[in-house]
Structures are given as C-alpha cells and as structure tokens.
Design a protein around this ligand. Structure first.
Ligand SMILES: *Cc1c(COP(=O)(O)O)cnc(C)c1O
Length: 369
C-alpha cells in the first residue's frame, strides 16, 4: 500500500462539483483582485474566529508582517516568539527592524512556554507572537495574563490552527490580531497563496486595509509606507467553497488522530498531547521517538514517505548565524527537533491507510525488539 504524505488532489475530487462553477464565475466576471468574494470571505473567517474584521492578504507570512506593521512595531522593539516553527513569524519581526527574541517551548505541546516568555520580557518588549503549532492553541490564559500585566500586544500565528479553540474560544480571538495562512496544505487551503488578518480593533483593520494596497487612503493617495499584498477573487471563491467543509474536515483529522493514538499506544514512542479544554485541529500529527531517523527510513521503504517538521530550530539556521544564538540555548526545541516524526494527516486518508501506517510502525518496533 502507498500512503502519500499529503494528497491535495484527493480533496479536489471530493468538492470538484462545487468548486468549478465558482471558479468559472470569477473568470467570466473579469474582476480578479479584491472584490465581492474577498469581502464575503473576510466576513466568514471573522465570524469563524469570533471577531469583527477580516482583512485578506497575499499569504500567511504577509498577514504577520502587515499585522506587526499595523500595530506599530519598529526599529529597536523586541518581539518574542518560538524557535520551533516555520520561519515566517521570525522573518516578520526582522522585517520591522525589530529584535527577534526566541524562547523555549513546552515539551508536551511544542508550543511556546509561558514560563520562558516571562523571563524574556524587558522594557523594550512590544509584542509576542505565539504560534498555535500543529493545530493546537498555545497556553493563551498564561500568555494573555503576561500581556495584560506588561502592556505587550499579542499577534497570534493561526496559520496551522484555523478552527481550533482554547477553552471554547477560537484562536485568532485572543490577541490584537490573528494571522491566518491559506497555503494549499493548511487546513483551509487555497489553490495558491493567500492569507488573512483577523481583528476586533476597527483602527487596526482600517490600517491593514491601507497597508495591503500600497498605503492608499484613496486611489493614488498614499498615506502610509505600504505593500502589495492583496487577496485575489479566485482564491477567495475557492476558499468560500472550502470553508463550508472546514469543520467536518477538522473533525475527521481529530478522528484519524484518535485512531493513530489508540493504535500506537503500547509502543515505545510518544503520541501528541492534547492540553485540557483544547480543540486540536491536527494540522500535523507527530510522534516522538529516539529512533526517528531509522523509523523514517523504514516507513519510506514501505510506501509511507514523511517530512520532518522541523529538523532544525530557527535559532540554529544559517540565516541567523551572526546573531548570538548557539546550540544549547533552547534545549527543548532542539531535543524535539531530533525526535519528531509527522505521520500522514489529511481528512481524505482512509481508515485502511491509517491502519497500514499503524501496523508498519508496530512491525518496526517488534522486528527490532
Ligand atoms: C504556513 C505558515 C506560515 C506562513 O504562511 P504562508 O501562507 O505560507 O506565508 C506562518 N506561520 C506558520 C506557523 C506556518 O505554518
């Protein structure tokens, strides 16, 4: 049996009949950038996140960059984030001319550790970017309480967690902004790049809408240093079809996660930990094992290729070699990056495929016992 690591065409097959007429309408209408579909999608995503405004942008990375810009992050400011994630949040901090301040992660959820955040707050700290990694909300109670005490703003990175909740509240509704990615492999993925910032703050929403179109207040009147970061109608139309399925897809991901965890429970490995009162949307299902590289090869030889997220924590990346970070600075992130192994995870996986992955992992550990 073959179990592809990702399979976007499988999803396309399930919704082809809904998608194609919408795509055709956009093509026929001839209005391609921003517009009615983008506006409707902004409303739909804002509703899902339980906030007032959504501002469609070009990518999840741009969502972070424009959010930091909109809340006034500047040269000399410090912004705290996690070293165990995709590089986008760190990059967005760098682009503001601000200082990236990493802090270590929790060993069970792999999310930023609030105890470590508290140690890194200085007079210059202006914002924290918690990433809701792999589809599970960070410890938002603790993070919000640090933010409220210190007057630091929270910019949530929801790229992997749209639809996730923490104590019943959707991710994206805690901070001043929530930043969403519609990268094709995300839980709500476009057929190209796309992203959105959600916020309850009318002023932040107003500034974001200017920033995404070169800082204009009206056509050819530029009030701010802006960007070209617009969402297009085709992507929005596709996303509006897909958003109707999101809850069902997220539930199927959780069901697959349960099946994996049950099937793997007696083996010498760690399955994902779900923190109490969290709805985890399993963008990624990853196990921890001391024999990660051996298991990776074993699986790949048996039709189950996988991809490691993340093999190298951000503080050890070449791009940051002139910063002060070194091996040993964030021991939890470093240790997790050596042991982590994501398994195939998408709603279209069949139970037979999931069981084949489980049986293959079992045989790896039994053969070598
Ligand atoms: C995917 C991702 C992003 C960036 O989103 P793009 O749409 O690819 O720019 C940011 N943060 C995290 C945690 C991500 O996984």
């Amino acid at each position: 049996m073959n179990v592809p690591f990702l399979n976007l065409s499988a999803q396309y097959e399930t919704i082809k009949n809904e998608l194609l007429p919408e795509v055709e309408k956009v093509l026929a209408k001839g209005h391609y950038i921003l517009g009615k579909n983008v506006e409707e999608l902004e409303n739909e995503v804002a509703l899902l996140c339980n906030v007032k405004y959504g501002v469609g942008v070009n990518s999840g990375s741009d969502a972070l960059t424009l959010a930091l810009k909109a809340i006034g992050i500047n040269n000399g400011d410090e912004v705290i984030t996690t070293p165990f994630t995709y590089i986008a949040p760190a990059e967005s901090i760098y682009q503001m001319g601000a200082k990236i301040v990493f802090c270590d992660i929790d060993s069970k959820t792999f999310n930023i550790n609030p105890i470590e955040i508290a140690k890194k707050i200085t007079k210059k700290t202006r914002a924290i970017i918690p990433v809701h990694l792999f589809g599970q909300a960070a410890a938002m109670d603790e993070i919000m309480s640090i933010a409220n005490k210190t007057n630091v703003k929270i910019v949530e990175d929801c790229a992997q967690a749209i639809g996730a909740t923490y104590e019943g509240k959707p991710v994206g509704s805690f901070g001043i902004t929530g930043c969403i990615s519609f990268y094709p492999t995300k839980n709500l993925g476009a057929a190209g790049d796309g992203g959105m910032v959600v916020t309850d703050d009318p002023e932040v929403a107003r500034v974001l809408k200017m920033l995404r179109v070169h800082g204009v207040s009206k056509r050819y009147h530029h009030d701010l240093h802006g960007y070209n970061s617009r969402l297009d109608e085709m992507q929005a139309a596709i996303l509006r079809v897909k958003i109707k399925h999101l809850n069902q897809w997220n539930n199927r991901r959780a069901e697959i996660a349960k099946r994996y965890t049950l099937g793997l429970s007696k083996l010498p490995l760690e399955c994902p930990y779900i923190a109490p009162n969290n709805k985890h949307v399993f963008h990624v299902y990853a196990i921890l094992t001391d024999r990660r590289d051996e298991l990776l090869e074993f699986l790949s030889k048996r039709g189950i290729p996988t991809i490691i997220y993340y093999p190298k924590p951000l503080h050890l990346q070449k791009v940051y070699e002139d910063m002060d970070w070194k091996e040993g600075d964030f021991p939890v992130a470093e240790s997790v990056s050596k042991k982590i192994l994501p398994l195939p995870m998408y709603p279209e996986l069949t139970n037979e495929q999931v069981d084949y992955v489980i049986e293959t992992i079992k045989s790896f550990f039994n053969i070598s016992d």
